[in-house]
Design a protein around this ligand. Structure first.
Ligand code: SAM
Length: 267
């Protein structure tokens, strides 16, 4: 599965990075959403702290955090995604690591002040194990900032006679997988999102204290000028902009902020 993910993202990477505008001067949580400079979800950060990004793609969030003085590592399974990142301004301040999130290439000891991931968990074979590993890598007082697909956005968008349109949720507890075919590996890959209660339980079971669960809504795209979009929306593409009516009605992502308590506080 990890090999198929690697080949799929290697094949998609060039187009993904070419059509998606991903800023490096803000922290993004997903398409059409305000960045952290507006949402303020990130925990207080200080220069010299260590940060690890899981499923970083081209690591734009890591490049932003490195510009604040954090010592950043960006990990992704796709060599080509990382190569795009290495070519971005500010890339030399980030340590780039090619590896699958299921088999992290370093010991699971408390090493980082911040572990963050934006829309990579849906590609994990066993998300609860990845969450456990992310938690194990946090120092006491360190934070997890986990952004993943919202389970409602996996529902089906329907036009209903005389009632307008809306989402049809067949089974909230088992959201349908987004299955994609990878020609290079002649294999299917699946992106799976989880019910929010399940995700929160997995983060809590990993020993972290939940600080916040956020379901950010998009910026009001139809009334924004291109200048405002460039300044306030760190992640967008023409395809996502067309999906604005859906994104304005249903959360695209859920963001879970959690903290590893110091040993004293957790007693
Ligand atoms: C939707 S992209 C998001 C990339 C980046 N976080 C962003 O916000 O632009 C998902 C990323 O997860 C990576 N990925 C998929 N499966 C992975 C795995 N098993 N281990 C590590 N990274 C993986 C892909 O290569 C891709 O870069």
């Amino acid at each position: 599965m990890t090999a198929a993910n690697e080949q799929y993202w290697d094949a998609l990477s060039h187009e993904y990075q070419a059509v998606t505008r991903i800023a490096t001067d803000n922290f993004h949580y997903g398409p059409l959403l305000p960045g952290d400079q507006e949402l303020g979800l990130l925990p207080p950060l200080q220069g010299g702290q260590t940060a690890l990004e899981i499923g970083a793609g081209a690591g734009q969030n890591s490049i932003y955090l490195a510009s604040l003085g954090l010592r950043c590592t960006a990990l992704d399974v796709s060599r080509r995604q990382l190569q795009h990142g290495r070519e971005l301004p500010g890339a030399d301040r980030v340590c780039w690591v090619q590896a699958g999130m299921e088999r992290l290439p370093f010991p699971l000891t408390p090493t980082f002040d911040l572990v963050h991931s934006t829309y990579a968990l849906p590609f994990a074979e066993a998300p609860e194990e990845v969450i456990g590993a992310m938690a194990a890598l946090l120092r006491p007082g360190g934070h997890l900032v986990l952004t993943t697909g919202h389970p409602l956005f996996a529902a089906e968008w329907l036009d209903i006679d005389d009632e307008g349109s809306g989402m049809f949720v067949r089974d909230y507890y088992n959201p349908p997988a987004d299955v994609r075919f990878c020609e290079e590996s002649d294999a299917f890959i699946a992106a799976r999102v989880q019910p929010i209660g399940e995700l929160v339980s997995q983060v809590a079971a990993a020993g972290l204290r939940i600080v916040q669960v956020a379901e950010p809504s998009p910026l009001p795209l139809p009334v924004l000028s291109e200048l405002e979009i460039a300044a306030r929306m760190p992640y967008h593409s023409p395809e996502w902009r067309e999906l604005y009516p859906l994104a304005a009605a249903i959360p695209l992502v859920v963001v879970i902020i959690a903290e590893r308590m110091s040993e004293k506080a957790s007693r």
